[in-house]
Design a protein around this ligand. Structure first.
Ligand SMILES: *Cc1c(COP(=O)(O)O)cnc(C)c1O
Length: 393
C-alpha cells in the first residue's frame, strides 16, 4: 500500500473486541488475566497498550521500519535511543541540532562519560574524519534546525555502517512523507510527533522507528524500564493527526515555497534559508533525498534585533511561538526561544544570530500568510524611516 493509505490504515484494523472502525482509546492501566500467565498480550500499560500499539505499528509502516516505539515526548524518544550507549562511547553529531538535543548531549550524556563531537552538518567528510574506535552513534537532523542545511543520509549511513556504528536521523522536520532515512541506510529514526506527525499542536509526543532488531530490543527494554510512554489519549490523538499527514505536507510545502520566494525578493531580508530555492547550497541534494522541501523557512533580517521585535509584534496570522509542524503558522526567534540553551558565542558561530527568524508555515491560505508577512515588514520599514527622520531633525 502507498503512503497516504498506510497513514490511515496501518495498525488500525477494526477493533477485535467490538468492531469499532476507529481504534478505541484503551484508557486502562491493567488487564484482567484468565489464569496464571494467560492473557491477551497486554498486562500493564507502561509495557504495552492497544492504542499505543496501533500508533507504533502505523508510524513503523510510514518509515518502512520493522519496529516502532512511541514515547511521551520527542526528548523521551531521544533519551531512549541514547540509553543504548555506555561510558566510554563516542557520538558524532551534526552541529545544527534541536536545542533540547544539544542540552541532553551536554548536560546529561557527557557527564555520564560519553563524549560527543560536533561536525558541520552538511560536510560528509567531517563525519568520516571524526570517527574513533569508540564511536557508536552518528546523530543527525536533516534539514537542520534552524538553518535548514541538509545531511547526505545515504553517504553518512555508509560511513556509520563501515565503522560498525549506527546512524540516527531525527526526521521531525521532513517527516516520512518527504524523506525515509531507513530506506537510505540509516539505522534508527527519531521523531518528535509533537510536530508534523500529529500536526495540530495539541500533543507532546515522540517515536523511535528501526528495523535493527538489537536496537529495537534494547530501546524497548528502556521504554518499559524508564516508562516515558504516551497516554492512551495522546496516542489516539497522534493516530488521528497522522491520517492527514500526506495532504498536510503537500500544502505545507506549497505554502512554504511561495513564502520563501516572497522573502527572497524582499529588501529587508538579508539571508533566506529554504532548500526548495535553487540558490540553496543543498538544493540538488534536497531534490534527490526528499519528495518535497518541507514547511520550514528561516530568514535573517538586514537590520537589528529591534527590527525583529517590531516585526514579530505586528504579525497577526503568524503566532510568535516555539514549536512547529502544526496546521497554524508560527514564527520563532531561535536565539531567544528554541536555542536559548546554547551559549551565545556557540550560537553565533553556528549562524543562529539575533536577527534570525524561523517560520513554521501552516496550511492557511498562502495569500493571507504573505499579506501578513508583508504588512509586518512594512511596519519595520516605517519605524526605520521614522528613526531616520528623527535623527535628521
Ligand atoms: C521538538 C523537537 C524535538 C523534541 O521533541 P519534544 O516532543 O518537544 O520533546 C526533537 N527534535 C526536533 C528536531 C524537534 O523539533
Amino acid at each position: 500500500m502507498k503512503f497516504a493509505t498506510r497513514a490511515i490504515h496501518a495498525g488500525q484494523e477494526a477493533d477485535p473486541a467490538t468492531g469499532a472502525t476507529i481504534t478505541p482509546i484503551y484508557q486502562t492501566s491493567t488487564y484482567t488475566q484468565e489464569g496464571l500467565g494467560e492473557h491477551k498480550g497486554f498486562e500493564y500499560s507502561r509495557t504495552s497498550n492497544p492504542t499505543r500499539a496501533a500508533l507504533e505499528a502505523c508510524l513503523a509502516a510510514l518509515e518502512n521500519a520493522r519496529y516502532g516505539l512511541a514515547f511521551g515526548s520527542g526528548m523521551a524518544a531521544t533519551s531512549a535511543v541514547l540509553s543504548i550507549l555506555r561510558p566510554g562511547d563516542h557520538i558524532i553529531a551534526g552541529d545544527d541540532l534541536y536545542g533540547g538535543t544539544y542540552r541532553i548531549f551536554e548536560r546529561v550524556i557527557r557527564p555520564m562519560g560519553i563524549t560527543i563531537d560536533y561536525v558541520p552538518a552538511r560536510e560528509t567528510g567531517a563525519y568520516q574524519a571524526a570517527l574513533r574506535p569508540e564511536t557508536k552513534l552518528i546523530w543527525v537532523e536533516t534539514p537542520t534546525n534552524p538553518l535548514l542545511a541538509l545531511v547526505d543520509i545515504a553517504a553518512v549511513a555508509n560511513i556509520a555502517r563501515e565503522h560498525g556504528a549506527r546512524l540516527v536521523v531525527d526526521n521531525t522536520f521532513a517527516t516520512p512523507y518527504l524523506q525515509r532515512p531507513l530506506d537510505l541506510g540509516a539505522h534508527i529514526v527519531v521523531h518528535s510527533t509533537t510536530k508534523y506527525i500529529n500536526g495540530h499542536s495539541d500533543v507532546v509526543g515522540g517515536a523511535v522507528l528501526t528495523s535493527d532488531e538489537q536496537a529495537y530490543t534494547d530501546i524497548k527494554f528502556y521504554q518499559n524500564a524508564a516508562g516515558g510512554v504516551p497516554s492512551p489519549f495522546d496516542s489516539w490523538l497522534v493516530l488521528r493527526g497522522v491520517k492527514t499527514l500526506a495532504v498536510r505536507m503537500r500544502q505545507h510545502c506549497e505554502n512554504a515555497m511561495r513564502i520563501a520566494e516572497f522573502l527572497a525578493e524582499h529588501t529587508l531580508v538579508r539571508d533566506i534559508y529554504y532548500p526548495g530555492l535553487p540558490a540553496h547550497p543543498d538544493h540538488e541534494l534536497a531534490q534527490r533525498q526528499m519528495a518535497g522541501f518541507g514547511g520550514m523557512v528561516s530568514f535573517a533580517f538586514d537590520g537589528t534585533r529591534a527590527d525583529v521585535d517590531t516585526f514579530v509584534r505586528h504579525l497577526k496570522v503568524f503566532a510568535l511561538a516555539e514549536s512547529l509542524g502544526g496546521v497554524e503558522s508560527l514564527c520563532c526567534h531561535p536565539a531567544s526561544m528554541t536555542h536559548g540553551s546554547i551559549p551565545a558565542e556557540e550560537r553565533e558561530r553556528r549562524g543562529v544570530t539575533d536577527t534570525l527568524l524561523r517560520l513554521s508555515v501552516g496550511i492557511e491560505d498562502a495569500d493571507d500568510l504573505i499579506a501578513d508577512l508583508d504588512q509586518a515588514l512594512q511596519a519595520v520599514a516605517a519605524t526605520r524611516s521614522t528613526a531616520i527622520s528623527g535623527a535628521a531633525r
